[in-house]
Design a protein around this ligand. Structure first.
Ligand code: SAM
Ligand code: SF4
Length: 479
């Protein structure tokens, strides 16, 4: 019988850009193997959650979704797949507490997922048959569910091997995220990433360049030219690839190989830079190479030396300030953004004050701000969690307020300028306006036709709405 749900999927992605890129790869693979996405989870034969473990809040949301899908399984028959960092970190807990998860896929097994799903058509049927036999008391009108079966969930796991980079990470569109590295060797004491993603591995330049060339082939981007490529890694500055002749390709050298391959006008960005590894060579390259966006995301995390040391960040406040001074001198129009982590164990009022002071000194264009969450397995977990949640929240609000003021001040100085923007979509607040971004990653809205989406435009910054620029068009590519 023809099952309308056969080979249909629903994919939810949580967390960082790396997860989004890896989900892009998965979707490409699924669709190449005849799978179709659906509009609602209940229409899918297979539901996949690509998970995040960096903060407890992300994991809590995913546990909530697992509860939702458990209830859904009472009414629909579908396969539930949990992949990514949470599958690595909480494998035992999920096997014990979420037996309705049919398949757990760790970070080193993702490349096998589509094969397993394809072969696994039989696995759901076999499992439901087992269930019918095992659960005769279930009302006949209810679709059968697979019983708790660890062996079944685990049977499809393979031994973690080396991380394998996928050869492509997007289906189509004008913006692409390309992993160039995986894992992290830094072991900042608060961070779970090195435990769930493993040691740093650099992707080969051959594979990176091949993906970029493919992105630029018109048939690959459904008629839309690629306009922006973001290279991803937990610490791109430590990219290091040993070539066949034994020489080491560094990150600036990789960028120099990528730039000549870019066709037409394309913005090249990268995330994330670690302050201990950002070299003068890279700063000078950003200054001299027009394809490289004048935007550096340079997470400082904290402004107090005592806390930076306890975090294992391996730089001091002064090192960071000196680095910023060199960057601003070499690239005067640069936009600097950061991550700030508040409430680390032992953080006192003076440490907090130093953080606010550093923020003022640097004048970040923007900041992502986080409240510390102890993560079991990390070194900081052993230190306890002695800053009360209410105080963490109070300090975090102080950081957010200050950054809002700094951001607005910096933006006010830019009013009247004409800048280039990449049009990303229609504004959610006003369908007559377009939402675009500057190379410094600042949001701009301006009146225009949706035909301009995926093109560059020149606009004049006229006013501010919150921290978003309002602008008028000077010149548009697709007009
Ligand atoms: N590799 C990047 C770096 O070194 O800056 C950051 C990657 S991390 C996934 C993104 C951000 O999450 C970090 O910059 C940090 O501020 C935040 N983060 C990491 N662990 C955290 C924790 N235990 N609690 C709260 N925020 C955390
Ligand atoms: Fe986590 Fe530090 Fe590695 Fe960033 S550099 S991923 S914060 S361990």
């Amino acid at each position: 019988m023809n099952d309308p749900k056969r080979k249909t999927y629903w994919l939810e992605t949580y967390g960082c850009q790396m997860n989004k890129a890896e989900s892009g790869y998965l979707e490409y693979e699924l669709q190449s193997h005849g799978w179709t996405p659906v509009q609602k989870p209940e229409e899918a034969e297979t539901v996949i959650l690509n998970t995040c473990s960096v903060r407890k809040t992300a994991e809590d949301r995913i546990w909530g979704r697992l509860g939702f899908f458990k209830a859904q399984k009472k009414n629909h028959s579908f396969r539930l797949v949990l992949m990514g960092c949470m599958s690595e970190r909480l494998k035992e807990e999920i096997l014990n507490e979420a037996p309705h998860v049919d398949l757990l896929v760790g970070n080193f097994q993702k490349h096998r997922l589509v094969d397993v799903l394809d072969q696994g058509d039989a696995f759901l049927e076999a499992a439901t048959q087992e269930d019918r036999e095992a659960a005769p008391q279930r009302a006949p009108q209810q679709p059968p569910q697979r019983a708790s079966d660890r062996a079944h969930q685990e049977a499809h796991l393979v031994d973690p091997g080396e991380y394998r980079f996928a050869e492509r990470h997007s289906l189509s569109g004008f913006q692409a995220f390309l992993p160039v590295m995986h894992g992290c060797n830094n072991f900042c004491t608060y961070c779970i990433v090195p435990y769930v993603r493993g040691a740093e591995v650099s992707r080969s330049p051959r594979s990176i360049l091949a993906e970029i060339r493919r992105l630029q082939e018109p048939e690959d981007s459904s008629g839309q030219a690629i306009r922006e490529i973001t290279l991803l890694g937990q610490n791109v500055n430590s990219y290091s690839y040993r070539e066949q002749d034994g020489t080491i390709l560094t990150f600036p050298a990789l960028l120099r190989r990528i730039v000549p391959v870019l066709r037409d006008r394309t913005w090249l960005r990268f995330l994330t830079s670690h302050p201990k590894d950002m070299s003068d060579e890279l700063i000078e390259l950003i200054a001299s190479e027009p394809a490289l966006c004048r935007h550096i995301h340079l997470p400082v995390q904290h402004g107090s030396n005592r806390i930076l040391q306890a975090m294992g960040r391996k730089y001091t406040r002064q090192h960071y300030l000196d680095l910023v001074a060199r960057i601003r001198k070499t690239i005067p129009e640069v936009s600097l953004t950061t991550d700030i982590l508040i409430g680390f164990p032992g953080e006192g009022e003076e440490d907090y004050r130093l953080t606010l002071e550093l923020m003022r000194q640097v004048g970040f264009e923007d900041a992502f701000t986080y409240r510390y969450n102890p993560r079991e397995g990390t070194r900081a977990f052993e230190l306890g969690d002695d800053v009360p949640e209410s105080l963490k929240q109070e300090r975090l609000s102080g950081v957010i307020d200050l950054q809002r003021r700094i951001t607005r001040e910096a933006k006010k100085h830019k009013l009247g300028r004409t800048v280039e923007v990449l049009v990303e979509g229609v504004s959610k607040k006003n369908s007559g306006e377009l939402l675009a971004r500057t190379e410094g990653d600042e949001m701009v809205v301006f009146p225009g036709s949706p035909r301009l989406i995926g093109t560059f435009a020149r606009v004049r910054l006229q006013s501010l709405r919150g921290s978003t620029f309002r602008a008028e068009t000077i010149e548009a590519d697709g007009a």
